[in-house]
Design a binder for this molecule. Structure first.
Ligand code: BES
Ligand code: ZN
Length: 638
């Protein structure tokens, strides 16, 4: 075996070690007995968004002891890492984006030499840099550090950005590669780690994490409290998450509950009141929920996503609250990730559809089980329209439209990873039948639980455990679905009956200006379909008439409000501008904010000045994810 005494700089230049596959296994640890999951040694599982070299040395457990300083907007303390390494391995490489490290020591407190290397040429800025530590024979290391200033995973909110207006708030968003800005570890989805944390925070703030809280918080003498958390199952490190603020908890059922700011909690709890049923439906489909509790936190509105599937603690935007549970597909979605994503995880981000596409399909099955076939088929139909719109826009054979993406690994909008992934599963289900498909998907989750997965693995697994004959293989078109661009011809299209009434109403409106009279009784999906499909060019009078008749600007459903504002701004509808401004100032969810700025920016004369003026004010209130998106749209570089 090659000795790993290479000078630091030479080690940094090598890619994943290729000499280790036959090496004897190193010591056993909590995260499993293999050095790395065997799948990580295949070329398609090589993650080019990490500097880690897990075949040589890898983190198996992270123990954080961190203090939250809201005055300085700083988080710092120590991270103790358990390491599994090949015999003779002398170095471990971690991912580091701007961490301020004060010391790195071994278990006995002896200093270990380390170096922060140069970013790989051409690497995306988010990748940060390799942190290489000369571990010698140490298999536990202690890093004293503080998070990067402006760590992009973290958003520190001023009291004004919360519903209560009295206390500050903090939350993190790790996916895809943001956690390296506040946790010194190997930040790759294939490198699973157990973790624990002790977090101190000023009273009366409460802290939640994506791990199980241990007992009651401990009162410290300085007006602070210490909270302890444990995640005893190995998880990909992007799933380590934290939130802290003036939050309360309300139980929903024996194993479910919701956290939110006190003034938001009643509405939040009402909206997610079906959660026990959703969990039961998910389990009935694809096997036991393996994470113990399923709790959620409804965050302040600057949270950049609709939801994030942090284990045992889904993070949610408050903008999904509509009063009628019509956006609960979001909860079903994040819950479904407890299987597709958190149990079986894409080894590389270029296979993100394994998380998002399988989850979108699973989400739809939960929605069907709990809310019925009609609603599920309508939501699936919206997803199909999204695929079609995207393919029309980028071209049906654009390479980024393959599910497996071997480019730089960013998800190509939502249409491919989410909706094409969903339609792939749906199509296979349609061909082999629900019973066989469900048995297959369940064994996929069971047989790969707590493991990374690749597109190739899923293909092989379907060929081995699902497909019964060469004729069936041909009918399924698996390779085409996974590895080729566009939409295969066998796609199981949505049932046109799902939106028959709305589509007729769209026709009547487009042709004769007839405003639908049954709007009030329509589902939210039906309203969204209508707003999506009516003619895009509207006069101010037409918009005013629509708003008057349908109460669009008054809607309590943010999905509908967003579509209205988008339509209005695209048509220079001045009366909508103040409301759009308020919306953009209150809400930081990228899915809403970015397109609204994009619509304004597309109109150089009228819209762009509005966009620039509003963004000057709102930019500092957005999370880094949203800011990066809007910066691109508005051509800002700072
Ligand atoms: N895991 C995603 C959010 C995500 C994706 C974060 C990619 C970072 C990179 C989450 O599960 C998600 O898909 N959220 C959607 C929910 C929707 C599809 C129901 C969202 O936020 O809109
Ligand atoms: Zn998702």
């Amino acid at each position: 075996m090659r000795r790993l005494a290479a000078p630091l700089i030479a080690l940094l230049a090598t890619t994943a070690c290729t000499t280790m596959e036959t090496a004897p296994m190193a010591q056993q640890t909590r995260a499993g007995d293999a050095m790395v999951s065997p799948i990580l040694t295949t070329p398609e599982a090589k993650d080019n968004q990490t500097y880690a070299q897990p075949q040589i040395a890898r983190v198996t457990h992270v123990a954080l002891d961190l203090d939250l300083n809201f005055d300085a907007q700083a988080i710092g303390g120590t991270a103790v890492l358990d390491i599994m390494a090949e015999p003779g391995a002398e170095e471990i490489v971690l991912d580091d984006k701007g961490l301020q490290i004060t010391s790195i020591t071994d278990g006995e407190g002896r200093a270990l030499p380390y170096e922060i290397g140069r970013p790989r040429a051409g690497a995306n800025d988010d990748m940060g840099a390799p942190l290489t530590i000369r571990i010698g024979d140490a298999r536990q290391i202690r890093i004293a550090y503080a998070a990067a200033e402006n760590a992009s995973a973290l958003q520190w909110l001023s009291p004004e950005q919360t519903a209560g207006g009295e206390y500050p708030f903090l939350f993190s968003q790790g996916q895809a590669i943001l956690n390296r800005t506040w946790i010194p570890t190997q930040d790759s989805p294939g490198i699973r780690q157990t973790w624990e944390a002790r977090i101190t925070a000023p009273k009366p703030l409460d802290v939640v994490m994506s791990g199980v809280r241990q007992g009651e918080p401990e009162d410290l003498s300085d007006g602070r409290r210490a909270f302890r958390f444990v995640m005893d199952k190995p998880v990909p490190p992007y799933l380590i998450a934290i939130a802290a603020g003036d939050i309360d908890f309300q139980a929903l059922g024996p194993r479910t509950g919701v956290w939110a700011e006190p003034s938001v909690l009643p509405r939040a709890a009402q909206e997610v009141g079906d959660t026990e049923q959703l969990v039961a439906a998910a389990e009935k489909l694809y096997g036991p929920y393996r994470w113990g509790r399923y709790d959620m936190i409804v965050l302040p509105p600057s949270f950049p996503y609709g939801g994030m599937e942090n284990p045992v603690m889904t993070f949610l935007t408050p903008t999904f609250i509509a009063g009628d549970r019509s956006n609960n597909g979001l909860v079903a979605h994040e819950l479904a990730h407890s299987w597709s994503g958190n149990l079986v995880t894409n080894a590389v981000w270029g296979d993100g559809w394994l998380n998002e596409g399988v989850t979108s399909y699973f989400e739809n099955r939960i929605v069907e089980a709990v809310y019925g076939k009609k609603r599920a088929e309508q939501e699936a139909s919206l997803a199909f329209a999204n695929i079609q719109e995207t393919l029309d826009e980028v071209g049906a054979d654009a390479p980024g439209t393959a599910l497996h993406n071997d480019g730089e690994g960013e998800l190509v909008g939502s249409a491919i990873a989410y909706d094409k992934g969903h339609y792939f599963m749906r199509t296979v289900e349609g061909i082999v039948g629900r019973e066989r498909f469900d048995a297959w998907l369940r064994q996929w989750f069971d047989n790969h639980a707590f493991e990374p997965a690749t597109s190739q693995m899923l293909y092989d697994d379907m060929m081995a455990n699902l497909v019964r004959s060469p004729e069936e293989a041909e009918r399924l078109m698996l390779r085409e679905w996974i590895f080729e661009p566009g939409l295969p011809s066998n796609v199981k299209r949505p049932d046109p009956a799902a939106f028959a009434e709305v589509d007729a109403a769209v026709g009547a409106y487009a042709n004769a200006g007839t405003i639908p009279s049954s709007w009030e009784s329509w589902t939210s999906a039906e309203r969204q379909r209508f707003l999506d499909n009516i003619p895009k060019e509207r006069t101010a009078n037409q918009l005013a008439a629509l708003d008057r008749a349908l109460g669009l600007s008054q809607t309590g459903n943010n999905e509908e409000l967003f579509l209205w504002l988008e339509l209005a701004l695209a048509n220079r509808y001045q009366p909508a501008v103040p409301q759009a401004e308020t919306f953009l100032a209150d809400v930081g969810r990228a899915k809403f904010v970015r397109p609204l700025f994009a619509v304004l920016a597309a109109d150089e004369q009228w819209g762009m000045p509005i966009a620039q003026r509003v963004y000057d004010r709102t930019r500092p209130t957005y999370h880094a994810v949203t800011r990066a998106g809007v910066d691109r749209v508005l051509g800002r570089t700072d």
